[in-house]
Design a binder for this molecule. Sequence first.
Ligand code: 0O2
Length: 221
Amino acid sequence: KYIELEDDTINGIVAMAPIYRGALREVSTKLDNIDYEFQTLYDHNPIHHMESRIKSPRSILEKLNRRNIPVTMENMKREILDIAGIRVVCNYTEDIFKLAELLIAQEDIELVYVHNYINEPKECGYRSFHLVVKVPVFLSVGAERVPVEVQIRTIAMDMWASLEHEIRYKATKEVSPEAEKRLKLCADILARTDMEMQEIYKECVKREEDASAERKSEVSA
Ligand code: 0O2
């Protein structure tokens, strides 16, 4: 009986794929447009790279089971808000907040929630800016507002999260308290590095602007 239910649900989830794929594309295009506009206007790309994925039926079922939520299509659509997920890796911390602000401001975007793990990092050291937004997707069956989880982080935050995830995933036992501490220390060092890189970048941009203004005033003099 359990397997029958699971198969039905998996088929149901697979049938939902086009709508979640559509949502991923809508949001990715919006982010890509902002990035290109910034490149054109300010000669700066806030986005280093983006990745997207649709959660597998198995991990959707695992997540429902972990939260003790009965496995139905309604529960899945209502409770699992990261079926469509985009990870945006930015160059600098300020790019993260700017991108999030510009995405949320778009009129067809509905903000569901924000988790700001940059201003309030997790106990383990994890830093990232998460938002869940709903975006309209138009298919032959009609339009639907579909949730997409967007995780925005710097290259340094992404490095830490990827390696920490791998370390925990590969470990057969819980990591030791000593390793926990060292992981947190690495996260703090990377956060400090992010701040330094941001400052250095801003200082260089300012020097360029000053030099260009000086050249202009020399020409007009
Ligand atoms: P996957 O494979 O990345 O999708 P949830 O944990 O989803 O039940 P919530 O509150 O929606 O609950 O989640 P949260 O904490 O805002 O974000 C969860 C996702 O953030 C995780 O997804 C990870 O991708 C990432 N994340 C959160 N905390 C950590 C952490 O301590 N280390 C690392 N490396 N990543 C983290 P999933 O669903 O776990 O997996």
